[in-house]
Design a protein around this ligand. Structure first.
Ligand code: ZN
Ligand code: FE
Length: 257
């Protein structure tokens, strides 16, 4: 089982899983990078996983579906303009010897779902769309801060060696913000250097490792005193509630340059 990030648009990744001439893709916002890869590597497309309704994650689905008769999976709570098998929290489906578990991860969009699977002899995989990014999290377009906090708490419970397959290469700008929040976090500084090295060679910083994210991603660290103090200073208020701190951190990121 091979995991391949296909770059799309300016900073999206379409994740592709490859197994003995067959492939599955996640969030194909455009069809061309997928078609190209399938043609170059002589693979058949079996399945398409969709995490949420945004166009940069769904734009290529209909044409790939028509071309390959691929099985499409998507969020039960969102409207999509193609046929798909609706999935919600706890639903499981199989592809070859992989069992995919569905998680409801509202926040970026109201019906956003994520997929988690454990390939035999390999670290687990999480396809989380625009929910969790390396060093950051998705913008709250449809959900509340409390929802996104609960979502990230749920993801944080997954095994630490989970490979987090985010849908965008936002890592360096996220880490710039993370360093503003926690300038003395040594793991964050080391991780930033490593990601800068990768990007200077035009390599992906992803997948991220969940255990690393727990050490460096401020949106997974809103109960740590360093993050709480930084947020209180930004907000110039003695915020105490978890959801308030998370909301203020997200607002800070939104206006951070
Ligand atoms: Zn999105
Ligand atoms: Fe996106």
């Amino acid at each position: 089982m091979n995991l391949i990030p296909l770059p799309a648009f300016s900073d999206n990744y379409i994740w592709l899983l490859q197994h003995e001439g067959h492939a599955l893709v996640v969030d194909p916002g455009e069809a061309a990078p997928v078609s190209q890869w399938l043609q170059n590597n002589q693979h058949q497309l079996d399945g398409i996983l969709v995490t949420h309704h945004h166009g940069d994650h769904t734009g290529g689905v209909a044409s790939l579906q028509a071309q390959w008769q691929a099985q499409v999976y998507g969020p039960a709570q969102e409207k999509l303009n193609f046929d798909f098998k609706p999935l919600k929290q706890g639903d499981i489906f199989h592809w070859h010897d992989l069992a995919f578990q569905t998680m409801d991860v509202p926040g970026h969009t109201a019906g956003h779902i994520a997929y988690w699977t454990q390939p035999a002899g390999q670290a687990p995989l999480l396809f989380c769309g625009d929910t969790l990014f390396s060093g950051g999290c998705g913008r709250l377009f449809e959900g509340t801060p409390a929802q996104m906090l609960a979502t990230l708490d749920q993801l944080a419970q997954l095994p630490g060696n989970t490979r987090v397959c985010c849908a965008h290469e936002y890592t360096l700008s996220n880490l710039k913000f993370a360093r503003a929040v926690e300038p003395n976090n040594l793991q964050l500084l080391a991780y930033s250097s490593e990601c800068e090295r990768l990007r200077s060679k035009n390599l992906p910083t992803l997948p991220a490792i969940l255990a690393t994210e727990l050490d460096i991603n401020p949106f997974l660290r809103t109960r740590h005193s360093t993050v709480i103090k930084a947020v209180q200073k930004y907000a110039q208020a003695n915020l105490q509630q978890e959801a308030e701190i998370f909301a203020s951190l997200r607002m800070w990121k939104n206006e951070f340059k």
